[in-house]
Design a protein around this ligand. Structure first.
Ligand SMILES: Nc1nc2c(c(=O)[nH]1)N[C@H]1C(S)=C(S)[C@@H](COP(=O)(O)OP(=O)(O)OC[C@H]3O[C@@H](n4cnc5c(=O)[nH]c(N)nc54)[C@H](O)[C@@H]3O)O[C@H]1N2
Ligand SMILES: Nc1nc2c(c(=O)[nH]1)N[C@H]1C(S)=C(S)[C@@H](COP(=O)(O)OP(=O)(O)OC[C@H]3O[C@@H](n4cnc5c(=O)[nH]c(N)nc54)[C@H](O)[C@@H]3O)O[C@H]1N2
Ligand SMILES: [Mo]
Length: 825
């Protein structure tokens, strides 16, 4: 039994006391654990244990050591309907029970053929055997090649918890062994994060935003532009507080507040608050905004004083609007109407409306998750600058109301640190640039695999793709999150060794050589905050039950590898996760004391499971950029000019034709305005209602949304009728890159010529030997394009995608992805 199980596992308090001699034997670090941590939660009999997850805080019921159910925390104002999936996943048929190795790899090692990856031909091995294999391969590659031969980009949403961060654990281990190729950026807002430093000198779409109360008390109009705060706040990277529900209730009650939703989908929030749905063409947000800006300019409605005092480079943008800029097109409302299918008069009306009172412009992130995605955030802020209300109560713009309830007032609670950092690369071998760059933009993984030694450009720099031989992935699911699955499947063969550490048989695990079964967050201890912005409370993420089957904590797995690789003590630094939980709690407690906020001792906190904080009245009225507005010299923007940059000299120097030096419209390769109508429907693969990406897809929560057993495909009534499709039909969605099955959801809540298949649907190939095989369940990333947004950010262009849909008339193949491969059962 591991040390951790002894301390926090299913032993009763009395038995824990009798076990102290064993404890002493396993090391001092464990023996100094505060008594609170040692409390056994998964003891005999029935009880409920408070814990937290991406989906919310909950009480987990335990009967005779078995996790039997979840009940939302009673203070959650809007529990996520998918929450029961958290319990269901623990014993789910897709759970990885044992360490497994692909047969061919077990027999032949890294020189094994790679075509049978994904066939499910695995052999069960012992933990020792699996760990030896992994450690041996890491050591061999570090010795014979170098750190540039191992890719540990390992992007992904893992589980909540400030300590149990498997990505950082892996990176720390790799850094101690000489390093590896890491990744930069994210799939979320990669283009935004690339461009914003040039515009505002900061990412902006992070942390607290203008408070909801400021909006409710001051705004006359709120525009949700590609933003869905009702759906997207259901989850959080920490534990969601779901307080945004109160904001929606207030919005609904305040009928004099006008709400406009610019979205190809009539989302639930629009209906809930009786908003106006403006179903503009997807990907035509920039033309629509340009039409608005042109009206503001030509009707002399824009805020000249704001432009003069707070922004840089407007004259060049004005030339561009008037047709004397780089593309010589005047961006009249009529021109815009032709692109976005919103009538010209409506565009002018919007422009006038935006300046007639206090306007809050809210953007989500899909318009930057497309080709030339850098342009949208720039366009959005340029438009807000012309309106001139940035820094005023209830005015300006916000790019994050859809995550972490970012307009919530924050409590007086202290920050809560995170425990394990990747550290610095230990230089065992020098790393010459010609061996490849030390990191790649995360969404360029397939380019890297296809072009070892090839050059790529990124944010003004030129680098070389490394020649990687191995990948180790934890806490992410590349076979859901990455685009153009068939192309990826082929490129993936470049890896000689693929290690996937997960708790469930994702497609990534199926396409691995070595599969290591990790615990879920319910089988180990951690700590989190409720509300990344509100910071309502610190919550114990308690170990609810002992690990099931042969699953082990990520921490334990890495300690075992560190032992084999001779770096155990540097890796653990003499601590266990429980020590680290106590450490970060105690650091926070000290910081709180300095602010005169009292917090209980760690043991008391751990016993109770929660410490809640108070919300000072003053924190309700936050206005973002108010200080900049008040004094733009003292509080200048951290940009080159100290102002909001409508034009960027730095970007101009890069000379990128795919990222001009001011917000611009460049037609994407695929969109509804293109001439070629082979694939006439735009695919919207936005984030799922009742999952977090691919997490919980295998759980019973699927019953909330599946259509005829498949991932739903929202399709407009007219588009369906034109194709003889009725609600509930199985349809085939296809283009030149691939094909999937899905279940038709026929509705007028999506505009014509657009369909929606949510990202995160599990990839279930019918025949892995076929390069264009059908996905039997409905993964939209079989259809999406894999190109960088531009040379600036090199982010994903997942939303740039055209498809066709037809009724599926063949025999519907059985969905097999939600059960483990046979040998692994
Ligand atoms: N077409 C399209 N594609 C997209 C997007 C889109 O809008 N459209 N969105 C993109 C975005 S924004 C994102 S962020 C990505 C998300 O992509 P990912 O973050 O890769 O998606 P998840 O499904 O959250 O994957 C997390 C994985 O970690 C595993 N896991 C959870 N907890 C643990 C743990 O404690 N230990 C270990 N070892 N494993 C654990 C889960 O089982 C799961 O397999 O997808 C991107 N892909
Ligand atoms: N429930 C749930 N919430 C989540 C996640 C999840 O998986 N599930 N994932 C989290 C993560 S990692 C991220 S990055 C964020 C994602 O945040 P976003 O990228 O903002 O979220 P989405 O819901 O994908 O898209 C927002 C809205 O944009 C609309 N849209 C799509 N294309 C266009 C377009 O071209 N123009 C316009 N105007 N609108 C368009 C979609 O219909 C959708 O309503 O969400 C987070 N929240
Ligand atoms: Mo994301």
């Amino acid at each position: 039994m591991s040390a951790q199980n002894l301390i926090t596992g299913s032993l009763s308090r009395r038995r824990f006391l009798t076990a102290t001699s064993t404890l002493a034997a396993i090391g001092a670090a464990s023996a100094i654990l505060p008594a609170g941590v040692t409390r056994a939660f998964a003891a005999e009999g029935k009880k409920e244990i408070l814990s937290g997850s991406h989906w919310g805080a909950f009480w987990g019921a335990v009967e005779d050591g078995r996790f039997t159910g979840v009940r939302p925390w009673e203070k959650d104002p809007n529990p996520n309907p998918a929450l029961p999936g958290v319990q269901d996943m623990v014993y789910n048929a897709a759970r990885i029970k044992y360490p497994m190795v692909r047969r061919s790899y077990l027999e032949n090692g890294p020189k094994a053929e790679r075509d049978s990856r994904g066939s499910g031909d695995f052999v069960r091995v012992s933990w020792d055997q699996a760990l030896d294999l992994v450690a041996k391969e890491i050591q061999r590659l570090q010795d014979e090649e170098g750190p540039w031969s191992i890719y540990t980009g390992t992007y992904g949403w893992r589980s909540s918890g400030r300590v149990q961060n498997p990505q950082n654990m892996l990176k720390k281990l790799m850094n101690l062994k000489g390093g590896a190729v890491f990744s930069t950026g994210d799939y979320s807002k990669g283009a935004l994060a690339g461009i914003m430093p040039y515009i505002l000198g900061q990412i902006d779409a992070e942390g607290p935003q203008t408070s909801h109360r400021s909006v409710m008390e001051n705004s006359d109009l709120i525009v949700f532009w590609a933003s869905d705060p009702l759906k997207d706040n259901r989850i959080s990277a920490g534990v969601p507080d779901h307080g945004e529900k109160r904001w929606f209730d207030d919005m609904k009650a305040k009928t004099e507040l006008k709400k406009i939703f610019i979205n190809p989908v009539n989302i639930e929030l629009c209906k809930e608050v009786q908003g106006e749905w403006l179903p503009a063409r997807p990907h035509a947000d920039i033309p629509l905004a340009l039409g608005i800006c042109h009206t503001l300019l030509t009707e002399d409605l824009y805020d000249k004083e704001f432009i003069e005092n707070y922004t840089f480079g407007f004259d060049k943008f004005a030339d561009y609007l008037m047709g004397t800029g780089w593309d010589k097109i005047e961006k009249t409302a009529e021109w815009a109407a032709g692109q976005c299918e919103v009538p010209a008069e409506k565009i002018r009306e919007l422009a006038r409306l935006f300046v007639s009172g206090r306007t809050m412009l809210v953007s989500g992130w899909t318009p930057q998750r497309q080709q030339y995605g850098e342009q949208w955030p720039w366009m959005f802020i340029t438009m807000a600058s012309m309106i001139g209300q940035i820094g005023l109560p209830g005015g300006g713009f916000c790019q994050r109301y859809h995550l972490d309830n970012a307009g919530a007032p924050h409590s007086n609670g202290p920050a809560l640190g995170s425990a394990i950092s990747p550290g610095m690369r230990k230089e065992i071998k020098a790393w010459p640039e010609e061996k490849g760059h030390v990191s790649i933009p995360c969404a360029r993984i397939v380019d890297m695999l296809e072009n070892p030694g090839g050059e790529f450009e990124h944010n003004g720099g030129k680098h070389v793709y490394p020649d990687v031989k191995m990948t180790y992935w934890v806490g992410g699911n590349p076979f859901h999150h990455h685009q153009d699955r068939n192309r990826m499947r082929n490129a993936w063969k470049k890896f000689e060794t693929v290690v996937i550490q997960d708790y469930q048989w994702t497609a990534s695990a199926r396409f691995a050589d070595i599969v290591l079964p990790a615990t879920t967050a319910c089988e180990r201890n951690d700590i989190e905050r409720i509300g990344n912005v509100a910071n309502l409370a610190f919550i114990r993420m308690a170990k609810i039950i002992d690990p099931v089957f042969e699953a082990r904590d990520d921490w334990d797995i890495f300690v075992e590898l560190a032992k084999r690789l001779g770096v155990e003590s540097e890796y653990t630094e003499g601590k266990t996760p429980e020590d680290l939980i106590a450490d970060i709690y105690n650091q926070a407690k000290e910081a709180a004391a300095k602010k005169d906020v009292a917090m209980p001792d760690f043991e008391e906190f751990w016993e109770k499971g929660i410490v809640e904080f108070e919300i000072p009245e003053a924190n309700e009225l936050r206005v973002k950029y108010a200080d900049f507005r008040e004094d733009p010299l003292m509080n200048m923007m951290p940009t080159a000019t100290g102002k909001i940059e409508i034009f960027s000299n730095e970007i101009e120097k890069f000379g990128y034709d795919d990222c001009p030096p001011h917000a611009s419209w460049i037609e994407p390769v695929e969109w509804l305005g293109q001439k070629d109508k082979t694939y006439p429907l735009h695919l919207n693969s936005s984030h799922p209602d009742y999952r977090l990406h691919s997490q919980l897809c295998a759980s019973s929560a699927r019953e909330l949304y599946a259509v005829n057993g498949h991932e739903p495909c929202w399709i407009n009534t007219k588009d369906a009728a034109d194709r003889g499709i009725v609600d509930g039909d199985i349809v085939r969605v296809f283009n030149g890159r691939g094909q999937i099955l899905a279940g038709a959801k026929v509705t007028d809540d999506i505009r014509p010529n657009v369909i929606k298949v949510q990202e995160g649907a599990w990839y279930d190939p019918e025949d892995i030997t076929d390069p264009n095989t059908l996905c039997k369940y409905g993964d939209p990333n079989v259809l999406t394009i894999d190109i960088g947004t531009s040379r600036l950010a090199q982010a994903t262009s997942a939303h740039t995608c055209m498809v066709e849909v037809e009724k599926f008339t063949g025999t519907v193949p059985e969905i097999t992805v939600f059960t483990a491969p046979q040998a692994a059962e």
